[in-house]
Design a protein around this ligand. Structure first.
Ligand SMILES: Cc1ncc(COP(=O)(O)O)c(C=O)c1O
Length: 325
């Protein structure tokens, strides 16, 4: 029996997440493993960078007792930050684009964070774009800390020093491919570099929503001037985020919202895992990659967050109304 010893803070339960092998879905000659980041206390992979970024700011004297933490986020980083802020006595203000799930906003407010909802139909550089708005609020609040996950090296380090090595440990260093989406690029770059340190031939697979500029940029080398829109939350970009090292990516797949939702249903029905919408994008891309291989490989992808935050994608009526059935 794998029994955990008692811990004295929920923050000590971040990380050390289980790795589940997919056994009831066709993955060609490959073994596909799902890292269940949904089991972090805040319900997502973002608890890890939230902890790293706050501890980095504490160590570097950028955050003081009772200080105000500000961040722009699709919600999950905010939940991680708000959880840590609550337990360590900081104030927290989160700027969220209006397409994000209501459940995340309720969760943030219940954790005591102030939530500012802004437009999701504007691009970087617009004053109402979530990151630009968070920066301008921070500029007006002297002594506050703008976490800026998009430009914060501690975000990437959380995955390079923690998530990546954890995956390697769980698979005795035998990892042939890793598949992730890109929000800030911290996960794919940090985990990717950790895996490549052990196996330089490890494939790094980008799972990108149709409409994002990342997959076409990877495939053509040209940044498209048109950005589409997509339903899945937390991944897909309208620019190349500074933490993303495009050079480590070896494969890329553009996945439609319909494919992502269908894959969420598949993973629930076949493996019993209630995954968030973006995990459908990742798992769909990982399965495509697996089926294209002609030799056995260990492939890892993520259940980035729990489907409890997006129950609508499991709701029959919503699927019919939105033509995803
Ligand atoms: C919900 C969600 N958030 C975040 C990420 C990755 O984020 P980042 O690139 O910011 O590390 C992913 C996917 O890999 C995701 O599915």
């Amino acid at each position: 029996m794998n029994i955990q010893k008692p811990v004295n803070s929920v923050l000590n339960l971040i990380g050390n997440t289980p790795l589940l092998e997919v056994t009831n879905i066709d993955t060609g000659p490959c073994k596909l493993f799902l890292k269940l980041e949904s089991q972090n206390p805040g319900g997502s992979i973002k608890d890890r960078p939230a902890k790293y970024m706050i501890e980095d700011a504490e160590k570097n004297g950028k955050l003081f007792r009772g200080g105000l933490i500000i961040e722009a986020t699709a919600g999950n980083t905010g939940i991680g930050l708000a959880l840590i802020a609550l337990l360590r006595g900081y104030k927290c203000l989160i700027v969220v684009p209006d397409k994000m799930a209501k459940e995340k906003i309720i969760h943030l407010e219940a954790l005591g964070a102030e939530v500012i909802i802004t437009r999701s139909d504007v691009e970087k550089g617009h004053p109402e774009y979530y990151a630009d708005l968070a920066q301008s609020i921070a500029d007006k609040n002297k002594g506050s800390l703008y976490i800026n996950q998009f430009g914060n090296q501690a975000n990437l380090n959380a995955h390079f020093e923690w998530t990546g090595p954890e995956i390697l440990h769980q698979l005795s260093n035998k990892v042939d491919a890793f598949c992730a989406g890109v929000g800030t690029g911290g996960t794919i770059t940090g985990v990717g570099k950790a895996l490549k340190k052990i196996n330089k031939n490890c494939d790094i697979i980008l799972a990108d929503p149709v409409g994002s500029i990342l997959e076409p940029t990877f495939k053509t080398g040209i940044i498209p001037d048109h950005v589409g829109s997509w339903l899945v939350e937390g991944i897909g970009e309208d620019y190349i985020p500074p933490l993303l090292d495009l050079k480590i990516i070896t494969h890329a797949y553009a996945i439609s919202d319909k494919e992502a939702i269908d894959t969420c249903h598949l993973i629930l029905k076949k493996e019993g895992v209630l995954a968030g919408s973006s995990s459908g994008t990742l798992i769909s891309a990982a399965i495509k990659y697996c089926k294209e291989q002609n030799r056995p490989k260990n492939v890892v992808t993520l259940v980035c967050d729990t489907g409890n935050k997006y129950l609508k994608i499991y709701d029959k009526n919503w699927l019919v109304e939105n033509k995803y059935n």
